[in-house]
Design a binder for this molecule. Structure first.
Ligand code: ZN
Length: 200
């Protein structure tokens, strides 16, 4: 199904901007991704120019023996170990966002995923905030959502799939994405378009 034609944003409905994995390890650390620095400045620019949008952050937060790490037989170098520098949200989201309400706030708009050692979790849909509520459960029905962050081929793609499957209207901020490979990024963009996401 190519449902771009059916994409009808609800007028007056406030967009929720979901920012995924803008964490030090994915920007400058053990899993630094392509286009990451540019993506960060585009995302902060977008947030500052849309002060009415609610911003939610999804963050990898792994235990040190996570199943996705090479030593545990996974595909990735150790990254985003909870409480490490690499797991922290890029400083720009604290210092360059004008409205405090749109910055990361621990008890409120930060959702963690990959927190169990034996479970790989690319999608942010079931990520939990400190109140134990999943991202999916905090979203109003048929919500208009903008997605940005890292990495296109993995956590962005899987989150977008879950959002669309749960009947949300999804836009993806093209310039606000970083990726592992350019080829993978392009394939994932095509796949998301095919699923009905609007690329903006
Ligand atoms: Zn991870």
């Amino acid at each position: 199904m190519t449902s771009n034609d059916n994409f009808i944003p609800e007028i007056g409905n406030r967009t929720i901007h979901i920012v995924i994995d803008v964490l030090n390890d994915f920007i400058s650390g053990s899993m630094a991704c392509l286009h990451a620095k540019e993506a960060i400045s585009k995302i902060t620019e977008r947030i500052n120019s849309h002060p009415n949008e609610e911003v939610l952050f999804v963050c990898d937060a792994h235990p040190s023996n996570h199943i996705s790490f090479l030593e545990q037989g996974g595909n990735w170098p150790p990254h985003c170990v909870k409480h490490s520098f690499g797991q922290q949200i890029d400083l720009a989201f604290y210092t360059c966002i004008s409205l405090p309400a749109q910055r990361p706030r621990i008890s409120n708009n930060i959702f963690e995923k990959g927190t169990h050692s034996d479970y790989e979790e690319y999608s942010g849909y079931n990520a939990l905030n400190t109140n134990g509520i999943t991202l999916g459960d905090t979203l109003p029905k048929k919500q208009h959502i903008l997605v940005s962050g890292i990495a296109t081929e993995f956590c962005i793609l899987e989150t977008v799939k879950d959002l669309i499957q749960n009947n949300h209207q999804v836009e993806v901020l093209h310039e606000g994405l970083a990726y592992v490979t350019l080829e993978g990024h392009k394939q994932a963009m095509a796949q998301m378009r095919e699923l009905g996401a609007k690329i903006v």
